[in-house]
Design a protein around this ligand. Structure first.
Ligand code: SAM
Length: 184
């Protein structure tokens, strides 16, 4: 039993792009209530590890290869760094982070973009060379600028709209495979 229906989106994404492999380490940003976390935990198996971060706590209990931390991705709290650093660099970083929607289209897009930018900042720092990055973004606004910003850092980049995403939903996913690493 998965914590949320969002799991179908990640399943579709993994089926199409083969994001996960057994034994990998995964960082899941915006993870509550935890369905992506559960799925990633299954895919990486007992030899793999998943670190999940969300502003919210979750009532769900997870398998032993999973650590769930309640934290803001914008904070540089010692607790967050202490959870990330022993597992870094990660093979996969996924972000399903979404802002609280305001109903004001431009504000929602801007808030979503800010979360995506933060996710990429985290990826630049903590993603392994060759690793995969997938991030939810609200369509419209600066999505092309964002794509252009991250494109040079990956071997391949695709937009993905899962069938399981509601038709009226403005969300799409950017899937970026094969991180080139950041030259200092
Ligand atoms: N992937 C999750 C699942 O399958 O259960 C669902 C994620 S939900 C659509 C989006 C999450 O992003 C919310 O739980 C929200 O608290 C989280 N979020 C938004 N801003 C955040 C931030 N600054 N730091 C951490 N999490 C954040």
């Amino acid at each position: 039993n998965y914590a949320a229906r969002s799991v179908y989106k990640l399943k579709e994404m993994d089926k199409r792009f083969h994001i996960f492999k057994p034994g990998q380490t995964v960082l899941d940003l915006g993870a509550a209530p935890g369905s992506w976390t559960q799925f990633a935990g299954e895919k990486v198996g007992k030899q793999g590890r998943v670190l999940s971060v969300d502003l919210q706590s979750t009532k769900h209990s997870f398998a032993d290869n999973i650590t769930f931390l309640q934290a803001d991705v914008f904070s540089d709290s010692p607790e967050l760094l202490e959870a990330i650093e022993p597992l870094a660099p990660f093979d996969v970083i996924i972000s399903d982070m979404a802002p609280k929607t305001t109903g004001i289209k431009f504000a929602d897009q801007a808030n979503s973009l800010e979360l995506c930018q933060r996710a990429f900042e985290v990826a630049r720092k903590y993603l392994k060379k060759g690793g995969n990055f997938a991030v939810k973004i609200f369509e419209g606004g600066e999505i092309n600028d964002y794509r252009n910003e991250i494109r040079p850092h990956f071997g391949k980049i695709k937009n993905f709209k899962p069938h399981s995403s509601r038709a009226e939903s403005k969300e799409i996913f950017i899937v970026a495979l094969g991180f080139r690493g950041i030259e200092e």
